[in-house]
Design a protein around this ligand. Structure first.
Ligand code: SAH
Length: 234
């Protein structure tokens, strides 16, 4: 296994959240609140019924399950075995079918190049040591015309205030140390790596989230959370 693009500290951090992953009021609460909006965004750009979709850094499987519920054949990979255990267990409750694997992005890309209609990588890229290499792996997985969706946090004062100061320190919604400002990524950086990986940019949207009202919506400013969609040309 070529699992080099990983920080053990990050995997441990998420392993501690594994047991409460599906608790909508637990530490994964922002992911629960964002999930319907990001699922709708993907569903608006890919015909999910019967599509093969990879969810890279799937965690406990929030997005994987909603994509499967929309009719996609989903492969969910993560390098945390505890979160994958939780994701697998939750299938007993949801009665959905998702192929969960403890596998790196590089190994999935090597095993199944050009195999996916869509590849989703949500809230992961700010946690890996080499984000450009992750984008290259994700690009390899796409079929021609396949779409890549990446969401992350922008490297701005607003993102620092909301995701670190607000969510971790002021409101205590996330454990302190969940995010590192220097790993946040500007949309222009992500866009450059996508182009370098041979992809064409299609769309970029802000993902607005108010942790107090728990309302999330697409559009508006990309200063905090955002999602970028690119596709592999034929
Ligand atoms: N994508 C999911 C989970 C985001 S949390 C969602 O948005 O709902 C980040 C996840 O990335 C965690 O499950 C963590 O275990 C995983 N992770 C961290 N570093 C990783 C790496 N280098 N490769 C694969 N997964 C990683």
């Amino acid at each position: 296994m070529s699992a080099v693009n990983v920080s053990a500290e990050e995997i441990d951090r998420f392993a501690r959240l594994a047991a409460r992953w599906w608790d909508p009021d637990g530490e994964s609460r922002p992911l629960h609140d964002l999930n319907p909006v990001r699922t709708a965004y993907v569903a608006g750009r890919v015909a999910l019924q019967g599509a093969r979709v990879a969810d890279v850094g799937c965690g406990g499987g929030l997005l994987s399950e909603s994509l499967a519920r929309a009719g996609a054949e989903v492969v969910g990979v993560d390098l945390g075995d505890q979160v994958i255990d939780v994701a697998r267990m939750h299938l007993h409750e949801s009665r959905l079918d998702v192929d969960y694997r403890v596998q790196s992005s590089a190994d999935l890309a090597a095993a199944e190049p050009g195999a996916f209609d869509a590849v989703c990588c949500m809230e992961l890229i700010e946690h890996v040591p080499d984000p450009a290499a992750l984008i290259r792996d994700l690009a390899v997985m796409l079929k021609p015309q396949g779409r890549l969706f990446v969401s992350t946090l922008n490297r701005t004062v607003q993102a620092f205030s909301a995701a670190i100061f607000g969510a971790e320190y002021l409101l205590g919604l996330l454990p302190r140390g969940t995010h590192h400002y220097e790993n946040f990524l500007r949309p222009s950086e992500l866009a450059r790596w996508m182009r370098d990986a041979g992809l064409e940019l299609e769309d970029a949207q802000g993902l607005k989230y108010n942790p107090l009202t728990r309302k999330a919506c697409l559009g508006g400013s990309m200063a905090v959370n955002y999602v970028i969609c690119a596709h592999r040309p034929v």
